[in-house]
Design a protein around this ligand. Structure first.
Ligand SMILES: *Cc1c(COP(=O)(O)O)cnc(C)c1O
Ligand SMILES: [Zn+2]
Length: 422
């Protein structure tokens, strides 16, 4: 049985380093966090989760500073290679709020991170851990954004970076970033899941340190999205949001947000009934998590063939499913699949209010719209949609969703004629 309970006064095991250790969510075995790289439980292959001697309250977060490392009280270290990341805007979108019909709707725009996606929050912590372990080469499989973040943070930390991408399925902006920030890029003739299989084997053979979200420390950095949302909502409205809607690929963010809330509950800072309902959205062509939620299954069934315009969530084997499925269920959330055209409509609607996001990010708003129409989300709910990556990540998708430029002659009168439709 998956054990995701965090106990406030759990005894600190001998393997702990400075009050931090890793626990297997399946068998409960505890492991040393920084002796050598480990990604799964050596005893049973279960997913690992970081555990701490103390869990944070809001008061333990620094008053000075901004972004991920302000939440050091919830992280294994005080600081790391930082660009800096986090402290992203929580946009109001009054027209969309009105149209969809919720009490409030805010957009947590993670595209405003240094490399343009939330992956930076995980990478700043992951690269800090890599330095602690003394590894030489960092690696990831990626639908694009992880590779951009890895290349930037690894490069800044003076480490070699290697990325495996599914050939022809990564948006142009992301490949450009990975390349210019200095990663060695291998294009695999296969999908993301195949890339992850290979890079996980390279890591097991000691060839590289794995920085996909299978790495439990990535998720520690991503928890800070949850802390920022709660703090901002409380400051603006004096209450917490009822629901957080987010796109789901490997389900790392879903797992990370759930962990953030569990930590606050464990410390007594948050009442269990105030935890927002985690609501996952997948593209219809890559929806194993939605399938598992609908069928009440304890784990996902891997989809061998996946397709969607939202390339960042074109994933058939979400590695964090065993952490994220309980997160969705225990918070009273749900999961929903949306068509690519619904994603593009949502991308346009966000853009018309000035919020530029890539297709996968717009899935959250498309999902909310669908759940609201179905009456699953109610009109009195306070909702936050997470938008995970910036519009410029995928310029081709943006151009295809937008309007065509109109050619005009090099002459002011002719331009005026054109504008008047003559
Ligand atoms: C990585 C990514 C996702 C998927 O996040 P998971 O944590 O893997 O579920 C969604 N959108 C964008 C833009 C991403 O880069
Ligand atoms: Zn185990």
């Amino acid at each position: 049985m998956t054990d995701l309970t965090l106990a406030r006064d759990e005894p600190t095991p001998d393997v702990a380093a400075d009050g931090t250790w890793l626990a297997c969510i399946e068998c409960g075995a505890v492991h040393a966090p920084f002796d050598a790289p480990i990604y799964r439980c050596p005893d049973c292959s279960g997913l690992l989760e970081a555990r701490y001697a103390e869990y944070p309250t809001f008061e333990t977060f620094a008053e000075e500073g901004r972004g991920v490392w302000r939440y050091a009280a919830s992280l294994p270290f005080e600081s790391g290679v930082s660009l800096p990341e986090g402290d992203t805007p929580l946009h109001a979108v009054p027209r969309l709020e009105d149209e969809i019909g919720t009490r409030t709707l805010r957009i947590k725009h993670e595209g405003m991170n240094p490399t343009g996606s939330f992956k930076d929050r995980g990478m700043t912590v992951g690269v800090r851990v890599a330095a602690e372990l003394g590894v030489g080469r960092l690696a990831c499989a990626s639908t694009g954004n992880t590779s951009a973040a890895l290349a930037a943070y690894g490069g800044r930390g003076g480490m070699q970076t290697l990325v495996l991408l599914p050939a022809g399925k990564v948006a142009a902006g992301k490949v450009a970033q990975a390349s210019l920030h200095g990663a060695r890029i291998l294009e695999v003739d296969g999908n993301f899941d195949a890339c992850l299989d290979i890079v996980a084997e390279l890591a097991d053979r000691g060839e590289a340190y794995l920085l996909n979200s299978l790495n439990p420390f990535r998720l520690e950095g991503q928890k800070t999205i949850g802390f920022e949302i709660l703090e901002r909502y409380q400051a603006d409205y004096g209450r917490y949001p009822d629901r957080i809607v987010l796109p789901v690929g490997n389900a790392g963010n879903t797992a990370a947000l759930y962990k953030a809330f569990r930590e606050l509950v464990a410390s007594g800072a948050l009442d269990a009934e105030d935890v927002p309902k985690l609501t996952g959205v997948q593209a219809a062509g890559a929806a194993p998590m939605v399938e598992a939620i609908e069928e009440g299954a304890a784990d996902i069934e891997r989809w061998e063939s996946v397709e969607t315009r939202a390339t960042a969530i074109r994933i058939g084997n979400p590695v964090n499913a065993r952490k994220a499925l309980p997160g969705i269920r225990k918070t009273g959330g749900t999961a929903v699949a949306v068509a690519d055209d619904e994603i593009t409509d949502a991308q346009r609607a966000l853009a018309s209010e000035g919020v530029g996001v890539e297709p996968a990010s717009a899935a959250s708003v498309a999902g909310l719209r669908k759940l609201r129409e179905a009456g699953v989300v109610e009109s009195d709910e306070d909702v936050v949609c997470l938008t995970t990556g910036h519009l410029l990540k995928d310029p081709d998708a943006a151009a295809a969703a937008g309007t065509e430029p109109e050619p005009v002659p090099n002459d002011t009168d002719a331009v005026l004629d054109h504008l008047r439709g003559e």
